[in-house]
Design a protein around this ligand. Structure first.
Ligand SMILES: CC(=O)SCCNC(=O)CCNC(=O)[C@H](O)C(C)(C)COP(=O)(O)OP(=O)(O)OC[C@H]1O[C@@H](n2cnc3c(N)ncnc32)[C@H](O)[C@@H]1OP(=O)(O)O
Ligand SMILES: O=C([O-])CC(=O)C(=O)O
Ligand SMILES: [Mg+2]
Length: 292
């Protein structure tokens, strides 16, 4: 299993009051944002604030990402240079459309790592796919560099660039979400579902998170602490799932010892794919610390 990445809580780097509190909400990952949540006039001051905070704050075992501005903007390169120097080891690259975009970041990272005596390859990349072109290139993006640990979907920019409305049915996102999940699976990286902007509509958020799990995403980006709790509930195996998985694994072990092939548990056939799915649930439960 890759790292546990059920939740990625976005927090604007220009909001120190907010970002000092982020660890309290216990997301698996925090994404400090230098891109769209930060006004143009505040880009430099937000970066300075963030770098200072990263040097001093204790985020326990929460994985920290910084969403930089795209490298084609005037801020992108400085974002990379400064946040890596401050200790950030994971970059979320927004508006990623091609393998070439990833490779440009990879070259810059190698240069910055050498300048700061950091082993080359240390800094990991999460590619945000948020345009039709990015979706069609998802597999090339996900496999463009060994640094890529996840690809994520950005539905706000995706619907903007496709020229459609974002609706509560999420039908307009179906193809892109499924394609991103497939690409991530082939590349063996995590797939992170998009943000849900209406923080007051927790029911709608829950439904979208549930669908993300069914589609095969590893987790979901969040913009509000209340969303983190919901995603954790949905993406953490329930006690029923865990008990059933343990029963399957134990029955399979017993059958193997007795030299029996296919068996049944609770009246259902258990074969290799079923056993491996049960093992995955147990691994996830252990990583989420709901099973020892
Ligand atoms: C399309 C995209 O690009 S999305 C990615 C970029 N967007 C972002 O990063 C936005 C992140 N989210 C936010 O900035 C905020 O949640 C908002 C602006 C949407 C709403 O903020 P508020 O109106 O303050 O929400 P609310 O009053 O419910 O907040 C409750 C508490 O949670 C805190 N909080 C809210 N959102 C966050 C967050 N993302 N991270 C950390 N703390 C947060 C608030 O500071 C407040 O703390 P307090 O009780 O100690 O005062
Ligand atoms: O990447 C995300 O989840 C949020 C985002 O930028 C978008 O939806 O455009
Ligand atoms: Mg976006």
């Amino acid at each position: 299993m890759n790292k546990l990445r059920r939740t990625m809580l976005f927090c604007p780097a220009s909001e120190p009051k907010m970002f000092y509190n982020t660890p309290v909400y216990n997301p698996d990952c925090i994404i400090f944002d230098l891109e769209d949540a930060v006004a143009y006039a505040e880009k430099d001051s937000a970066r300075d604030l963030l770098c200072e905070a990263v040097k001093t704050l204790d985020f326990k075992d929460i994985e920290i990402f910084v969403r930089i501005n795209p490298l084609y903007t005037t801020f992108g390169e400085t974002d990379v240079r400064e946040v890596v120097k401050a200790g950030v080891r994971n970059i979320r690259l927004p508006m990623c459309e091609t393998a070439e975009d990833v490779k440009k970041l990879e070259v810059l990272l190698a240069e910055v790592e050498k300048e700061n005596n950091i082993e080359v390859g240390t800094v990991k990349i999460q590619c945000a796919i948020e345009t039709p072109k990015g979706v069609l290139n998802a597999l090339a993006i996900a496999t463009a560099s060994p640094r890529v640990v996840a690809i994520s979907f950005g539905a706000e920019d995706y619907t903007r660039t496709l020229g459609v409305d974002r609706t509560k049915t999420a039908k307009e996102l179906t193809h892109a979400r499924s394609y991103i999940v497939l690409a991530a699976s082939v590349a063996n990286v995590d797939a992170i579902d998009t943000v849900w902007a209406d923080v007051s509509d927790i029911e709608g958020f829950r439904a979208e998170a549930q669908e993300a799990k069914i589609l095969g995403f590893s987790g979901k980006s969040c913009i509000h602490p209340a969303q983190v709790k919901e995603v954790h509930k949905i993406f953490t195996p329930s006690s029923e799932e865990i008990e059933k998985s343990l029963r399957i694994i134990s029955a399979a072990k017993e059958a193997e010892e007795k030299g029996v092939g296919v068996i049944t548990v609770d009246g259902k056939m258990v074969d290799v794919p079923v056993i491996q799915k049960a093992e995955r649930i147990v691994d996830l439960a252990k990583a989420a610390k709901v099973l020892k």
